[in-house]
Design a protein around this ligand. Structure first.
Ligand code: SF4
Length: 337
């Protein structure tokens, strides 16, 4: 349990301190005891964050405990057979998450040090923007904030932010408000969890429990009795975060390989090949980009054989998918003299 922060003045404007500190103090008194919480452990944080994507806390709890008992750290997970990892994932679904987690552990045990920052985490298989921020903040206290559906809901209500939160401009307004008034960078881990916990337990989508909310006295939506108006549109269900390795390479006849369509989506377009396994050293890594298809939020990592293969892909006939165009763009930038 952390100490009460009412008398601390740590680097925020006075009017900002009150909201962030009210939230922190509420969290420290009311947070749920969860097996992965307050551990300052990158492995436990990573496993829990991947399991919690698209799965409820109560469903994750028993499977998480069983999983980390069998695979106690990056090394034991990396050494396991994939079939066993999948067996211990049973009950959670979305098995690609387990495969990516397994690949991630394999990469980490071959690194000199466990990644610490958001920028380092996002390079790993299966780690998107949200998960990278969460791990960097919860396990390493990097002062980055996490924006999930819960945080968006409480921010739009507290500040009465109108407009569709899925639109870039509105999202930017939300980010600014969260960063300036709700997030407390000196206590990054607790501050992020406080916002998410308030959204999960008190500021519910329907019938929020305002009487138990630490921010009731400063919430514009509550004060003006307009809670139902925020967020303005129903938030789509949180996107499934996945990470893909995209390869630009040739087949045995020296022709660029054309990828399979993304689950039948845009069948007539040329795609890069996407592969789940870890890349081999013979490929150049051109960097990553973000991409969204239907309800998937993708972090795509681009690998290519050599410079000439990029030209071959550019000269391919037929409509190119956005995914292929973005991958080519990354490779071109990377290989520019
Ligand atoms: S007062 Fe009510 S609407 Fe406002 S943040 Fe708290 S729970 Fe949500």
């Amino acid at each position: 349990m952390g100490k009460d922060l009412r008398n601390l003045k740590v680097g925020l404007k006075p009017e900002t301190e009150s909201k962030a500190i009210l939230l922190l103090n509420w969290y420290r008194k009311n947070k749920r005891q969860l097996p992965w919480r307050d551990q300052d452990n990158a492995y436990l944080t990573l496993v829990s964050e991947i399991m919690l994507q698209q799965t409820r806390v109560e469903a994750v709890k028993p499977i998480f405990s069983r999983f980390v008992k069998r695979f106690s750290g990056f090394e034991s997970l990396a050494m396991a057979q994939e079939s066993e990892v999948l067996a211990y994932w049973q009950g959670l679904g979305y098995y690609r998450r387990a495969k990516n987690l397994h690949q991630c552990a394999k990469k980490i045990v071959n690194m000199a040090k466990i990644p610490r920052t958001k920028d380092q985490w996002i390079q790993l298989p299966g780690i998107g923007d949200y998960t990278a921020s969460a791990i960097a903040s919860l396990a390493f206290h990097e002062p980055v904030f996490v924006l999930d559906g819960n945080v968006i809901r409480i921010a739009t209500r507290i500040f009465a932010i109108k407009g569709d939160p899925t639109k870039r401009q509105i999202r930017q307004v939300i980010q600014n408000k969260v960063s300036e008034e709700l997030f407390y960078p000196n206590f990054s881990a607790d501050s992020n969890q406080a916002m998410m916990e308030l959204g999960a337990l008190i500021c519910l989508p329907k019938n929020p429990l305002c009487g138990s909310c630490p921010l009731e006295s400063v919430c514009v939506a509550k004060f003006s009795q307009r809670i139902a108006e925020f967020p303005e549109v129903k938030l789509r269900s949180q996107k499934i975060e996945i990470s893909l390795n995209l390869y630009l390479f040739r087949d045995v006849d020296n022709r660029p390989v054309l990828g399979k369509p993304w689950r039948g989506y845009q069948k007539d377009y040329l795609f890069p090949v996407w592969i789940e396994s870890a890349p081999t050293p013979k490929y150049n890594y051109a960097g990553h980009f973000r991409h969204a298809i239907t309800n998937y939020s993708i972090t795509a990592h681009v690998y290519f054989e050599d410079v000439s293969v990029i030209k071959q892909y550019q000269e391919l006939l037929g409509p190119k998918s956005t995914l292929l165009l973005k991958a080519l763009h990354k490779a071109v930038i990377y290989s520019a003299p």
